[in-house]
Design a protein around this ligand. Structure first.
Ligand code: CAP
Ligand code: MG
Length: 442
């Protein structure tokens, strides 16, 4: 029966298929080809046994294994299997039951290739990378953006939160975000009071600096509540929002994007439950593609050098997926799961994004001024660098921490070694004395 789903070497018209790239490892002696066929079956028209109800019409909607190379398989699913504009259903096909099959020992969805007619059923980001740069004022001078996460994560009152916001705003920050766990815990920091006090603080800072600072208040909640909350906060003056996309869901992001007209910062907490194992789960590349389709304006992708897990190949591939018009595939590989994959990927094709705007990639998690040179070497300038402890842990406080980050960025943008620049910039000097070039391990 599984042989019905094998079409090795068959040429397919990529406009009529959605293709999944998988790492596959069989249990109990199943070969990678067995597993690929089982995935093609279970994810399209098959089950564990042949059924008498099958007919010619049904067979038109069968998935097919078009390539298997060692443990890497390319499985194509007819576009008719997918409902336009429906991310939950896309995932139910390409990342659904297959992970639970007993015959599967390990399986990782490394990437999906989406044809034009599917891409066209989404609007993507309302602002995107260029829209964010336009608001912040960096369309011409395309430097990295710098952002901060208010720390401690939770516990500050609305007034104390706004005070921190004022300090980093006059220090030169581009955007401020709530932490991912802070929403509207009434006993800790009521969201409406936090928003109005923060926006007053940012208005005051703007009267002194002339600079617009985005504050992405965290609206994470059930979708209908999240949208209602976002609309109310925007009416009160919010100039951006954030949401936790894995805990809320991709369709929640898509509905939020369609409901509001301010930028959406997308946090990815909980992703590592299924992205970090290089042999089982779903890669960040797939998460990044879905956030771009659903309409996030900026998304966390990792730092490589900071406190969170994230291999260079996958972090760079995520940035490429978010920021390019035509994704050519991974340049570098640093983990086994990608070495073979690269070969399949390069041999095949690119992902064209057509009408979907690029998204600003955000690098965050354990960064501080001493790590900025390395971060920019990895990401280039089309990046948002975010600092929580790396700003609020500065010995002279949040304003000095922000100034130190700006100084480190200026030094890198002008090709000056940090140690040299620190000789004439005291905030950076203090940051380097405090953290040096230390890579947090936590
Ligand atoms: C960073 C952070 C972010 C992480 C998320 C935190 O704070 O606010 O949530 O960046 O990880 O809570 O850890 P620090 P990722 O700057 O103090 O580390 O960006 O990998 O999704
Ligand atoms: Mg956080």
């Amino acid at each position: 029966m599984l042989n019905d789903f094998l079409a090795l070497g068959e040429k397919i018209d990529l406009e009529d298929w959605i293709v999944g790239y998988y790492y596959v490892e069989g249990a109990r002696g199943y070969t990678p080809t067995d597993i690929a066929a089982a995935i093609a079956a279970e994810s399209s028209i098959g089950t564990w046994t042949r059924v008498m109800t099958e007919n010619k019409r049904v067979k038109r909607f069968a998935g097919k294994v078009v390539d298997v190379k060692k443990n890497y398989a390319m499985i194509a699913f007819p576009i008719e299997l997918f409902e336009p504009g429906n991310i939950p259903q896309l995932l139910s096909v390409v990342a659904g039951n297959l992970f639970g099959l007993k015959a599967v020992k390990n399986c990782r969805l490394l990437d999906i290739r989406l044809p034009k007619k599917y891409i066209k059923s989404f609007k993507g980001p309302r602002f995107g990378l260029e829209g964010i740069r336009k608001i912040v004022g960096t369309t011409k001078n395309r430097r990295p953006h710098i952002g901060t996460i208010i720390k401690p994560k939770v516990g500050l009152s609305p007034s104390a939160t706004a005070k921190v916001g004022y300090e980093v705003a006059v220090g030169g920050i581009d955007h401020i975000k709530d932490d991912e766990t802070l929403t509207d815990q009434r006993k800790i920091c009521p969201i409406e009071e936090r928003l109005s006090k923060m926006m007053c603080a940012l208005d005051k800072a703007k009267s002194e600096t002339g600079k617009t600072v985005l504050y992405t208040v965290n609206v994470t909640h059930d979708t209908s509540k999240m949208i209602e909350r976002a609309e109310k906060l925007i009416a009160m003056g919010a100039n951006a929002v954030m949401m936790d996309v894995i805990t809320c869901g991709f369709s929640a992001l898509k509905e939020l994007r369609e409901a509001i007209k301010v930028p959406i910062h997308v946090h990815r907490c909980m992703h590592a439950a299924f992205t970090r194992n290089p042999f089982h789960g779903i890669s960040m590349v797939v998460v990044a593609k879905l956030v771009r389709l659903a309409g996030g304006d900026q998304l966390h992708i990792g730092t490589v050098v900071g406190k969170m897990h994230g291999e260079l190949a996958e972090v760079k591939a995520s940035q490429e997926v978010l920021e390019t018009k035509l994704t050519k595939g991974i340049k570098d590989t640093s983990i086994p799961a990608f070495k073979e994959f690269l070969d399949i990927k390069e041999r095949i094709f690119e992902q064209n994004w057509y009408n979907i705007k690029p998204v600003l990639a955000i690098s965050s998690g354990g960064l501080h001024p001493g790590l900025i040179p390395e971060a920019i070497k990895i990401f280039g300038n089309e990046i948002g660098l975010q600092f929580g402890g790396g700003i609020h842990g500065h010995p002279d406080g949040s304003r000095a921490g922000t100034i130190a980050v700006r100084q480190a960025l200026d030094a890198v943008m002008n090709g000056i070694p940090l140690a040299k620049y620190a000789k004439t910039h005291k905030e950076l000097k203090r940051a380097l004395e405090h953290w040096g070039y230390f890579k947090p391990k936590l």
